[in-house]
Design a protein around this ligand. Structure first.
Ligand SMILES: [Cu+2]
Length: 156
């Protein structure tokens, strides 16, 4: 069919190819922009102390979240029992930017290791999949994180 088109009208077939190329590349760049999220590790945000700039981020499967060490002394640690089955442990270095590529759908609960009792927690929801919500509810959050976790869970 394309071969016939080529011999029949080479200019038209080139125009179609160029059009297809531009449409697919612009779709790709839109999805790439929507994909990656950045969360800052902060000492203060409004009235809150020791906090991630976004407590909940939604991403698609295969997207990457970047955590920026805007202030030092923080990290990102996946909470045991707070990630989908098959996800390995993850604990970033203190005071360093970090990132994680989310390949498995579900809810990921994490905290900052030194400030987990001060409410420095966050959730990443991958592929809009909340099937592991029951295990998230069973996590033993500490100190101020308990109240914040309840609020976050209620907002899902
Ligand atoms: Cu911290």
């Amino acid at each position: 069919m394309l071969k016939n088109l080529n011999s029949f009208n080479p200019i038209l077939s080139k125009i179609i190819l160029i059009f297809v190329f531009f449409v697919s590349s612009s779709l790709f760049s839109i999805s790439a922009k929507a994909a990656d999220q950045t969360v800052e590790m902060l000492n203060k945000l409004g009235k809150e102390n020791m906090v991630f700039s976004k407590k909940i981020v939604n991403v698609d499967i295969g997207d990457t979240v970047f955590w920026k060490a805007t202030k030092s002394g923080h990290n990102v640690e996946f909470i045991k029992g707070g990630v989908p089955a098959g996800v390995d442990k993850f604990r970033s270095k203190l005071s360093k930017d970090t990132e994680y590529k989310f390949e498995i759908p579900g809810i990921y609960a994490y905290w900052c290791t030194p400030h987990k009792g001060m409410g420095m927690i966050g959730f990443v929801i991958v592929g809009n999949d909340k099937s592991n919500l029951d295990s998230i509810k069973k996590i033993k959050f500490m100190g101020k994180s308990k109240k914040i976790a309840l609020e976050l869970i209620a907002s899902l």
